[in-house]
Design a protein around this ligand. Structure first.
Ligand SMILES: C[S@@+](CC[C@H](N)C(=O)[O-])C[C@H]1O[C@@H](n2cnc3c(N)ncnc32)[C@H](O)[C@@H]1O
Length: 272
């Protein structure tokens, strides 16, 4: 199958290029919260052949290995693949990008994707490809961020808005026919429309704890689209965003000075 890479995919490639270390030190810790739920949803256990797509620094892959699974992992970004390889777990990691994977039909018992589908230009085509590489009756489980952000998640966006920062549109948004509602029924319907069975979705909620310095260091280093947005501002506007970030952060601060940041994610699963 030859699949065209969309403008959205190309800009995502640029957003993640060389960001592995910055991501690992910041947002990867946030994304790690959903891993046990994700692996349970995909029924990952001893000897299960698992594919972790968009592995990043390898958090999910390492956790699946710890359950005794036989794990293969891919990521579109070479610096992520390098980092995942250094995780020390018995994981085979290679560079590959949705919606095209270098594996045969039905090679895996389970496929997992932690906060990746929201970074691909053709989500339905990506799911069709995940369906192809999982065996009949095998589970695909994935997480994405919902459009209704929890309070901790909204903190940086509030600071950006309060500072009057110009929010550029995504350089190349998804085509309307490729987009879907980022809620439980929208994600369930997307999985079904990709030919998957028994699709279901739930909302996960947790508190992420981090110091204000650590939480700011992700956007400051340009991690993800919001980070690039912060970096693209004038020094004066960046300073204003930081000031508002510090002001609003106080709402989330504990007695020990750490922030407690409520987050929510959508967890969906379906079978081939
Ligand atoms: C938010 S990070 C999640 C990483 C990891 N799953 C975790 O839980 O920390 C998104 C990852 O998806 C990767 N990615 C983005 N687009 C991709 C694509 N089309 N195919 C494969 N990986 C992709 C990025 O390089 C990045 O490592």
């Amino acid at each position: 199958m030859l699949v065209a890479v969309t403008g959205f995919d190309e800009s995502e490639r640029r957003i993640w290029a060389g960001r592995a270390a910055a991501y690992a030190g910041t947002f990867a810790k946030l994304c790690a919260h959903t891993v046990p739920w994700l692996l349970d949803a995909a029924e990952v256990g001893p000897d299960v052949r698992v594919l972790d797509v968009g592995t990043g620094p390898g958090t999910v892959a390492v956790a699946a290995c710890a359950r005794g699974a036989r794990v293969t992992a891919v990521d579109a970004e070479p610096s992520m693949v390098e980092l995942a390889r250094r995780s020390g777990a018995a994981v085979e990691v290679q560079v590959a990008a949705l919606p095209e994977l270098p594996f045969g039909d039905g090679e895996f018992d389970a496929v997992v994707c932690n906060f990746v589908l929201n970074h691909v230009g053709q989500p339905r085509a990506a799911l069709t490809e995940l369906r192809r590489v999982v065996r009949t009756d095998g589970w695909i489980a994935l997480t994405i961020w919902p459009s209704a952000a929890a309070a901790g998640q909204a903190l940086l966006g509030r600071a950006i808005q309060a500072a009057g920062a110009v929010r550029p549109a995504h350089p190349s948004p998804l085509a309307p026919e490729d987009d879907f509602p980022r809620d439980e029924s929208g994600l369930t319907d997307l999985l079904s429309s990709a030919g998957l069975r028994n699709a279901a979705c739930e909302t996960l909620r947790w508190d992420h704890r981090a110091s204000a310095e650590e939480w700011w260091s992700g956007p400051e280093a340009g991690v993800a689209f919001t980070g690039q947005l912060v970096q693209s501002q004038t020094p004066r506007t960046r300073a204003a965003i930081k000031n508002y970030f510090d002001t609003f952060s106080v709402e989330f601060a504990d007695a020990d000075g750490l922030l407690t940041l409520p987050h929510a994610a959508l967890l969906a699963r379906a079978r081939r």
